[in-house]
Design a protein around this ligand. Sequence first.
Ligand SMILES: Cc1ncc(COP(=O)(O)O)c(C=O)c1O
Length: 345
Amino acid sequence: MIDLRTDTVTQPTAAMLAAMQTATQGDDSRDGDPTVIRLEALAAARTGKQAGLYMPSGTMTNLVAVLAHTQRAGEVLLERGAHMLNTELGGLAAVAGVFYKGIPGTRGAMDETALREAVRPMTRNNFGTALICMETTHNGAGGTVLPLAHMKMVHDLAQQHGIPVHTDGARLFNAAVALGVPAADIARHTDSVCFCVSKGLSAPVGSVLCGSSAFIERARPFRRMVGGNMRQAGSIAAAGIVALETMMDRLHEDHASAKKLAGGFHAIDASLIDPADVETNIVRVNVRASGRSAASWAEAFRAHDIAVSPADSGSLRFVTHRHIGNAEVDAAIGACREIWKNTTK
Ligand SMILES: Cc1ncc(COP(=O)(O)O)c(C=O)c1O
């Protein structure tokens, strides 16, 4: 089975498995495990922040960031297609106790005028805007990268109003590679940022929330509140360290595979995708012109031993990663050609 549903299916590397075997096994919740502390320091250094906080998932790092920034009051502004808004099951409201407003956007970037209009001060009858969130790369928009000028505009606006900014950087290093800049150049336009080591970087578990030392200290009890304190977490953190030290430099290969995939699909029919839309490792394919639903397309791919995810009723999402090379890309293009032919003949 060629698995193109997501980059979280990546398996740990041999170096990760070796590091996991020899990692310290301290009780991170009680004392702070030395390996976890090392991962958190490395994450902070990579993002140019003062401190990091390791957690089991990206969803949890986003939730803890909201809890720590908002103190359970006010409105969170974020792009309408944001993962935090659409895929994290309302944790913002259900757990963090804040309400939210989706801002219309283009390729994951919030419309500036709509954002400026949505920012509200605290008044006698209003909590005001508590937090602004960004997402890069933007999953729902197809792995798009927020331009640094956009991030700066959002951060400047937020600072003018005394509002903190959090960035969901689950695939922050894909964004950095696509922009050709260190991740810290992206993270300077946000007060806090999280990233996952468990996606294209191939580690088995975890995300790190980074920010100022004071912010991370405030986040710690919230991590415990949502069940994110881990005990012998050294083994999984050790794999995260290897991910940060060795796996970033190959992400451009995943981006090249995604481009190749898009080029192949475009050659089958131009309505499927414009390869220029592919910026990182996510490829969204529009199958509407075929008259067949995305779910049915995914089933047809399954018959070719290829797993893909319907993104909505009319589009499929392909995600490239370390286990997708030229042969897998060619197989996916070949399967698409056959399905297209059988569907439209
Ligand atoms: C942009 C984005 N944010 C957050 C997450 C959540 O990460 P996790 O699955 O580790 O909770 C994902 C997962 O795909 C994501 O794509």
